[in-house]
Design a protein around this ligand. Structure first.
Ligand SMILES: C[S@@+](CC[C@H](N)C(=O)[O-])C[C@H]1O[C@@H](n2cnc3c(N)ncnc32)[C@H](O)[C@@H]1O
Length: 230
């Protein structure tokens, strides 16, 4: 379903020389039909959505008070995947628009939420047009998380809130990349460079995500409020 006019969408011709579909989406196209089942299904989606919602609510109230903004509550879910978390966020009262670069994942999400096919590194969304942005389990997949954080800052209204998972691999225990792109210190530093001020932190349970019989990992979320200065 198309996002209703006058929503935040714009046609996107920025960085037109880059390939539209990053390599990170190829496996997700193949995996779309079985993704929910293998990623904790509804219990994990609900836990993630509740944690995001709590951070967005708290941060947005503070930001709106500081900037005198009305609370429209439009949330852009970058890398929404199958839209299961997004749908839960909508159920908690937010107006949600999903974006995903995998046609397979976005196709599943389209049965659940308003979604567009797009790359989080160059969003088809107007400047300062949304109240909240999330990236759940995206930054760790990227070669470089900076373009996505920059885009989140660009599309957020002053006082809006960006919520992202960080340190995803570390939640599963030792191992993995030496300098993962979603490490908290780096995300905080890059966000600050785009006027995003650290404003909260939460965790959610990764139901069924323990590897090799390990207990369910707990995933970390950071929240940032847009200062309006970039
Ligand atoms: C691990 S899944 C997370 C999906 C969802 N957020 C969730 O919590 O279930 C990662 C998603 O990121 C998407 N993705 C990867 N690179 C992307 C990019 N550059 N822009 C937008 N989506 C991307 C993939 O297609 C996939 O749907």
């Amino acid at each position: 379903m198309a996002y209703p006019y006058p929503g935040p969408l714009q046609s996107n011709t920025r960085n037109a020389k880059e390939p539209l579909y990053p390599e990170t989406v190829l496996n997700y196209d193949r995996e779309a039909a079985s993704y929910d089942e293998s990623r904790g299904g509804l219990p994990r989606a609900r836990a993630a959505a509740q944690a995001v919602h709590d951070l967005v609510g708290t941060g947005m109230l503070a930001g709106q008070a500081a900037h005198g903004l009305p609370g429209e509550g439009t949330l852009l879910d970058i890398a929404c995947g199958t839209g299961l978390v997004s749908r839960e966020l909508a159920g908690l009262g937010l107006r949600v628009l999903g974006v995903d670069a995998s046609a397979g994942m976005a196709g599943v999400a389209a049965g659940r939420i308003d979604v567009v096919l797009g790359d989080g590194r160059r969003l088809p969304v107007r400047d300062r047009s949304v109240d909240a942005v999330t990236t759940i389990w995206l930054l760790h997949l990227l070669d470089d998380a900076r373009p996505v954080i920059a885009e989140a800052a660009r599309v957020l209204r002053p006082g809006g809130v960006f919520v992202t998972t960080v340190d995803k691999r570390a939640a599963h225990g030792p191992g993995g990349r030496q300098d993962p792109p979603d490490r908290a210190e780096l995300v905080v530093e890059v966000a600050a460079g785009h006027g995003l001020v650290l404003s909260g932190e939460a965790r959610f349970a990764g139901h069924g995500q323990g590897r090799d019989g390990a207990a369910d990992p707990v995933f970390r979320l950071l929240a940032f409020t847009a200062s309006g200065e970039r």
